[in-house]
Design a protein around this ligand. Sequence first.
Ligand SMILES: Nc1ncnc2c1ncn2[C@@H]1O[C@H](COP(=O)(O)OP(=O)(O)OP(=O)(O)O)[C@@H](O)[C@H]1O
Length: 739
Amino acid sequence: MEQTIWQQEQTHLNEISTLLKKHIADLETQLQKQKGEIVEERTQASEEFNDVSGENAIQFSQMLQTMQLREREYLQQSDQLAKAQILYKSPYFGRISIENEQGENEHLYIGLSTFREQQTDDVLIFDWRAPISSLFYENKVGMSRYQIPNGEYIDVLIEGRRQYKIKYDELLQLFDADIYVGDEVLQGLLTDTAKEKMKSIVATIQSDQNLVIRSSNKDNLIVLGPPGSGKTSVAMQRIAFLLYEYRQSMNARSILLISPSDLFNDYISNVLPELGEENVQHTTYFHLAKDVKLSHYKIETNYENIERLYTASPDALASYAYKGSHGYVKQLLHYIESVKKAGMPFYNLKIGEELFASAKKISELFYTRFGGLDIDFRLKKIRTLLLEKIAQCKAKDRKAFMKELQAVTTYIGTDKEIEQQVNERLQKKYGKLEMTIQQLGFVNLNKMYVQSLAYQKDDLWTQSVSQSTAETLKKRTIYYEDLAPMMYLQAVIKGMYADNTIKHIVIDEIQDYSYLQLLAIKAMHPKAHYTLLGDKNQLVHPQMKDSLAETLAKHFKVIELNKSYRSTNEITDFMSAILNNTTTLSLGVSGDKPQIIQTNDLLGKIKDLAETQYETNDSFVILCKNKAACEQLYTDLKPFIPELQLITEKQKVYMKGLLIMPGYMAKGFEFTTVVLADANAQAYAEDMDAYLLYTIASRATRKLFLLTEGTLPKALAHIGEQYFRKEVNILGNKASNKR
Ligand SMILES: Nc1ncnc2c1ncn2[C@@H]1O[C@H](COP(=O)(O)OP(=O)(O)OP(=O)(O)O)[C@@H](O)[C@H]1O
């Protein structure tokens, strides 16, 4: 019986594979032919239409249209070919058997994209994102339903679910699975930790993840879940779903993915191409500053900010907290309201030492002549007036310059060259000012920000915060905490940096963002809907207190994932014990308990672990709390571990191997082995450090070692002995003392 099913399935696979092969060959032939035609047409066009005036112009534009159409067709077919080639490598991964409306049994095969019988147009493989495919991701057989694009539900009787592992036309595994969670394919995938970069999870999406992935574009979602619950994976599959479901109105350029770092963007960059989709726009919050033209400042990065705050004075910490608080956001909004009536700061505009337009004059225009308009409209009206004035001055100067040059008796060039010289002089005199006016740079944005800090709450302390902020801005430096208000002001006051092409924004690690950061992103992308993903416990920033989800809960749909797929059960249990967090259900495999190693020979022990635990092509990471500790350890270890690589913020390409980096940088990534090299009370003395340790522990998929040279941090010392093994490795002791 078993044999027969296998044979039947292998025969079916052979048929599909043959059809796919033929389809690919046909597409290749067609494309080859089209390519020849396009080249021929282009050559003909360039020969025939070297003059495109008069009669010729009409003919030329008609020909251009035909050529464009043909080229579009060519691109579409190339895309189809790419999809078919991906499909050919593994045509499908699932099947559901349903009873159709005529009461007949029907098998629907599910794969990465739709494949139809070329003659009959029958669907042979359903795209995993097609409405009916959602039935595959329900963890049940029996009566179920799926939603079609017009919102209606279709009831279906699911008689069976089958999963496959297929390589080209070879059936490797097959099993019937009624209940999805904990099934064999998933377990098989979870055992396979040797991943280069992040992989798609399309064959094993779980029903709670499926719900998030298939939500409508218009739903603004916050997805919360513990480490390893698949938030990033879900984000990527959701993007692929949106690209499919809204293919008429959205494309890769309508979706923006904001993630913690360039390195992380590289780590996830294979998922969409693997699913046959183009990568969407990737960015980091830091890079968004250039979209509002703040990049002429030296802007502190998130990582630089963390390092600075590790050793900052209590005042600097309080200032950071104040600028990210909801209280300040409210104050800033009130301040912006207030400048509509009075107090908007402007710059005097000068050309050299000469006054071109005074701040007083601009202010008068702002409050009297254009006082009835919105702020950005008033500014744009003033811009028009100022540009007109420049044009008049330029015209006058042009005449004068011309006269001056023409009066020179020696030969200084042809008329055209003289005109060029005049233009250069005008550009030199007015270019910078013109640019400033174009960018509405006559508004003193720095002053607005500084004033907003002491607006309403005008005590000595806020005055000093305001004062010291003014000093840093004067040095053309923006601290990380100043970036959100500056971006927000720039976007809202000037109203000229809105990107309306972005329809959906996905933000990973949302716990790292403040409410104001989000408002700034919103102001820059007014047409976008959101999928935000995060974990309120993975706080690696020394000052970040996550409350964003609560703040947004009224306007966003909150969805919680509660199972974790990344680590062994033992690591997940240990990680949960750090925060006394018992809600994380581990679906991982079993493995060794994490090991706490007390040692007075740190270098020797790490070297030993690198030799015994690291296998080529694996990922093994050594983590310390801060950059300085990593650099020192790297210098000390490098002679013994030559392959060791220090990962810094400059690293843009994700790699495996033997790595060392600060703990906060490891967030979002996963490694087979994690070695925390400084699990000491002095290094993790703050209450907030418990969250950092939680995040660090959760990076390990298989093995976790925590090395301490003295006393364990509070957050680790309280963990019950059942969750770890302990080793005492004190040099001088003959044998290490293990239990
Ligand atoms: N449904 C699934 N099937 C197979 N693997 C899964 C599934 N969901 C998650 N995983 C795997 O679990 C691991 C963790 O996933 P991911 O990084 O997306 O989680 P996360 O919630 O973003 O984690 P963190 O918050 O810790 O960064 C990855 O290796 C991912 O491939």
